[in-house]
Design a protein around this ligand. Structure first.
Ligand SMILES: Nc1nc2c(ncn2[C@@H]2O[C@H](COP(=O)(O)OP(=O)(O)OP(=O)(O)O)[C@@H](O)[C@H]2O)c(=O)[nH]1
Ligand SMILES: [Mg+2]
Length: 460
C-alpha cells in the first residue's frame, strides 16, 4: 500500500481516538504524520543523513572529515555546534529541502568547490547536529527536531559515554525499529588501546541489541586521525545510492506510531460477542420475575449488576479513557432502563385463566356421556331392557376414557401458553437491552472500530 494512504490511516486512527487517548500522544502522532507527508512531498532524489550524538563525541570532526574540509566548527569548548549544519554538493540545489529541514541560510554549505573538495555521493544532504545531551535546551531541541526529519541517522558515541543511559533511553530504544536507516559509530577509537577495541565494540553491540536493535551496524572511527572515515563514507554512499531511505524511514515511523497507538488503546471486543448479549438478556429477564408470569417490576440491583458486568467485559482490555466513555454511555441512564423495562413488562397481556377447551372429540365424548346417563336412567326406571343398558354402560366408560385422553393432550398446550407469556417478557428484555445498553455501547465501540480500521490501513 502506498505510504500516503498509510499515513492517512494514522490520521484516521488519531481522529477516532480523540478524547479517548492521551492528547499529547495524539498530537505527536499527527505531527509525525505531517512530517512524513511533508517529506514525501519533497525531493525523492535527496537523502538526508544526520550525524547525531553526545557533545564532544566528534560529530563535527567526522562531518568535516567526510567533507574533507573544515566546514563545521569543532572544538574543545563544549558544547560547540548550536544549530544544524548542512553540507550539499556544489552542483545540487536542495533549497526547498533545506528550508523544510529548518536549516538557516548561514548553515548551508556546499562542497565540490575548492574549499571542500571531498567526493560525496550525488543527492546527499549531510547534517551535523548539535548535541542531544546538551546543557543548552535549545541544542537538545534542535537535535531532536532534525532527528525526526532525517532519512538516515548516524549515531556517534565515544569510549567514555557509549553506555550513557540518556542516548539509549531517549533515542536508540525508541528508534529500535529504524534499524534499516541507522548506523552507530564508535568514534575516538584512537584513544582506546588496540587490545581493548574488540571487547568495547562487542560491549556496544550488546547494549544496542538490548535496546531492541537487531544486528546493529557499527563502525569504529577516529575522526582526528582519519581511521575508518573511508568505511563510513562508503557506508553512507551505499545508503544514498540505494535510494530507499525515505521510504524505509517513513515506514519505520508509521510502524512505531501504530505500535504506540496499539499499546495505548488496548483491545475492545468488537462486535460485541453474541454469547455476552445472550447472557445479559438472560440475567435481565431473571430480574423481571419467575416464569411464566414475568411482568416486572424488575429487581433493579440485578439489572444493574448484569449491565455493569457486560461493561466490565467490554472494557477489560481497553484503554481507561475509552473504557470510561463506554461505561458512561451505557450506565448513565440505568434508571431509565429500569423504568422502561417496568413499563413495558407491565403492559404485557396478563396470563389469561385457562379456557375450557374440549374440541370436537370432547363434544362427542360429552354427548356420549349424556346419552349414557339418559339410557342408564331409562333402564333404572325400567324403561330399557338390560342389553341396551349394558351398551349404555360401555359408552359411559368410553366417554370417561376419552375425556382423560383429552385432558392429557391439553396439558402440553397449557405449557406452550406459558411460554408465549414468557416470550412477551423476552421480547421486552431484548428490545430494551438493545436500545438502552447495546446501542450506546456500540456507538462508543464504533469509534474503536474506526480506530482499528485506521491502524489496519496504516500497517499497510
Ligand atoms: N582523539 C580524538 N579526538 C577527537 C576525535 N574526534 C573528535 N575529537 C576531538 O574532540 C573534540 C570535540 O569534537 P567535536 O567534533 O567538536 O565534537 P561534537 O560532537 O561536534 O561536539 P558538539 O558540537 O559540542 O556536540 C575536539 O577537540 C576534537 O578535535 C577522535 O576521533 N579522536
Ligand atoms: Mg559539533
Amino acid at each position: 500500500m502506498n505510504l500516503q494512504a498509510r499515513i492517512e490511516g494514522l490520521r484516521t486512527a488519531a481522529d477516532a481516538a480523540e478524547g479517548r487517548l492521551d492528547q499529547a500522544l495524539l498530537d505527536d502522532i499527527r505531527a509525525g504524520a505531517d512530517r512524513s507527508s511533508g517529506r514525501l512531498r519533497l525531493s525523492e532524489r535527496h537523502t538526508v543523513v544526520a550525524i547525531a550524538g553526545a557533545t564532544g563525541s566528534g560529530k563535527s570532526t567526522l562531518f568535516n572529515a567526510l567533507a574533507g574540509a573544515e566546514i563545521s566548527t569543532s572544538g574543545a569548548r563544549r558544547p560547540t555546534t548550536a544549530t544544524a549544519q548542512a553540507l550539499v554538493r556544489g552542483d545540487d540545489d536542495p533549497d526547498e529541502m533545506l528550508t523544510w529541514l529548518g536549516i538557516r541560510a548561514a548553515d548551508r554549505h556546499r562542497h565540490g568547490s575548492p574549499a571542500s573538495p571531498a567526493r560525496l555521493p550525488e543527492g546527499l544532504v549531510l547534517l551535523d547536529l548539535p548535541d542531544h545531551d546538551s546543557i543548552e535546551a535549545a541544542h537538545h531541541e534542535e537535535a531532536r527536531r532534525v532527528v525526526e526529519l532525517a532519512d538516515v541517522l548516524v549515531w556517534v558515541v565515544d569510549p567514555q559515554k557509549y553506555a550513557d543511559a540518556a542516548i539509549h533511553r531517549e533515542f536508540l530504544q525508541p528508534l529500535a525499529g529504524h534499524r534499516a536507516v541507522t548506523m552507530v559509530v564508535l568514534n575516538h577509537i584512537d584513544t582506546v588501546p588496540e587490545d581493548r577495541r574488540r571487547s568495547m565494540l562487542a560491549d556496544l553491540r550488546k547494549l544496542l541489541v538490548a535496546d531492541g536493535i537487531r544486528d546493529p551496524r557499527i563502525l569504529a572511527t577516529s575522526a582526528r586521525h582519519g581511521t575508518g572515515i573511508d568505511d563510513l563514507r562508503r557506508a553512507i554512499t551505499r545508503r544514498v545510492q540505494e535510494k530507499q531511505n525515505t521510504v524505509l524511514r517513513i515506514d519505520a515511523d508509521i510502524r512505531s506510531a501504530v505500535a504506540r497507538l496499539e499499546e495505548a488503546a488496548g483491545r475492545a471486543p468488537y462486535p460485541v460477542p453474541d454469547v455476552w448479549v445472550a447472557d445479559l438478556e438472560r440475567r435481565v429477564a431473571d430480574a423481571a420475575g419467575r416464569p411464566p408470569a414475568r411482568r416486572g417490576p424488575v429487581d433493579r440491583p440485578t439489572v444493574d449488576n448484569a449491565v455493569r458486568g457486560l461493561v466490565d467485559r467490554l472494557c477489560r482490555d481497553l484503554a481507561p479513557g475509552w473504557g470510561r466513555a463506554v461505561r458512561t454511555a451505557v450506565t448513565q441512564r440505568l434508571g431509565d432502563t429500569d423504568d422502561r423495562l417496568d413499563a413495558e413488562l407491565a403492559a404485557l397481556p396478563a396470563p389469561a385463566a385457562r379456557p375450557m377447551r374440549i374440541g370436537a372429540r370432547g363434544v362427542v365424548a360429552l354427548a356420549a356421556v349424556l346419552m349414557a346417563v339418559a339410557v342408564a336412567a331409562s333402564w333404572a326406571t325400567g324403561v330399557l331392557p338390560p342389553t341396551v343398558a349394558l351398551v349404555a354402560g360401555g359408552l359411559l366408560v368410553a366417554a370417561v376414557t376419552g375425556a382423560g385422553v383429552l385432558t392429557r393432550r391439553a396439558a402440553p398446550r397449557g405449557a406452550a401458553r406459558a411460554d408465549q407469556v414468557d416470550d412477551g417478557c423476552r421480547e421486552v428484555v431484548t428490545r430494551v437491552v438493545r436500545e438502552h445498553v447495546l446501542a450506546p455501547a456500540r456507538r462508543e465501540l464504533a469509534s474503536y472500530a474506526r480506530f482499528e480500521r485506521g491502524l489496519r490501513t496504516a500497517r499497510g
